[in-house]
Design a protein around this ligand. Structure first.
Ligand SMILES: NC(=O)c1ccc[n+]([C@@H]2O[C@H](COP(=O)([O-])OP(=O)(O)OC[C@H]3O[C@@H](n4cnc5c(N)ncnc54)[C@H](OP(=O)(O)O)[C@@H]3O)[C@@H](O)[C@H]2O)c1
Length: 248
């Protein structure tokens, strides 16, 4: 049990990649707190895991009040966080001509402001030797049509994470990025509704399929582990070869 009694906080851990990662950490003996906005999603997740080591909290990461709920919970619990997985993210695909201010703010508030201030507010509660992992995306590197705002948020995430790695290194804290390619999650199903586009995503990876959330979770566990002790400020692609295949 590699993560026995380690305290893990995952934002956006009720479905998809966050949930798969929560389950993987639980299996390795960790105590995991996951957040989300929707109580039903959190309750469903808790029912599936059925473990005392799995805790849930309603906390909307897109605004400072929501982040304060998480900060207060962690502060009151008296724990130090060993692994912080900043993962809650949303995507809306539309041509630039049609993107609304509301959709722009929704994505930036969740994906950028949310990560930034969650890190800032939870920094005092990070244990010595803690690790922080940001979920970015292959879109931070590619220039996919209709993904302008989402891609810009993930480009920003990469830069925040790299600078956080430099700033937190003196505290012995490692910070890394995991960038999934197209991965079969609830969020993916919501953002990519038609079957044809889903097939296109699958065939644009070198391995000709979508990723499984557990495959991303495995990469997160590696980055959080002692095996990655000399790795900080890096981006680990978990994309079935998507970037190289699409850029060839
Ligand atoms: N799936 C992909 O193909 C893919 C590819 C590259 C990168 N990613 C990234 O991977 C991360 C996870 O995505 P996913 O595909 O696993 O999506 P998902 O299944 O929709 O999971 C997203 C999680 O975040 C929560 N969430 C969303 N907005 C939130 C907010 N404002 N505050 C708190 N929690 C919030 C959701 O719960 P509630 O809705 O209940 O709040 C859910 O638990 C995101 O950062 C996404 O950008 C995904």
């Amino acid at each position: 049990m590699e993560f026995k009694n380690k305290n893990v906080v995952i934002t956006g851990g009720s479905t998809g990649i966050g949930f798969a990662t929560a389950k993987a950490f639980i299996e390795e003996g960790a105590r995991v707190l996951v957040t989300g906005r929707n109580t039903d999603n959190l309750e469903k997740a808790a029912k599936q895991v059925e473990s005392e080591n799995f805790r849930t909290l309603v906390s909307d990461t897109s605004n400072l009040q929501g982040i304060a709920v998480l900060e207060e919970y962690v502060s009151n619990s008296g724990i130090k966080i060993d692994i912080l997985f900043l993962n809650a993210g949303v995507a809306i695909f539309a041509p630039i001509a049609q993107m609304t201010e509301e959709d722009f703010d929704y994505q930036f508030n969740t994906n950028v402001k949310g990560y930034y201030f969650t890190l800032q507010k939870l920094m005092p509660f990070l244990a010595e030797g803690a690790t922080v992992i940001f979920t970015s995306s292959t879109v931070a590197t590619t220039a996919q049509s209709y993904a302008s705002v989402y891609s810009a948020t993930k480009g920003a995430v990469n830069k925040l994470a790299q600078i956080a790695a430099n700033e937190l290194a003196e505290k012995g804290i490692r910070v890394n990025i995991v960038s999934p390619g197209p991965t079969k999650t609830e969020g993916f199903e919501k953002a990519v509704v038609d079957e044809e586009t889903k097939k296109q995503f699958a065939s644009s990876t070198a391995v000709k399929r979508l990723g499984d959330p557990l495959e991303v979770a495995n990469a997160v566990l590696f980055l959080a582990s002692e095996k990655a002790s000399f790795i900080t400020g890096t981006e680990l692609l978990v994309d079935g070869g998507y970037i190289n295949y699409t850029l060839q």
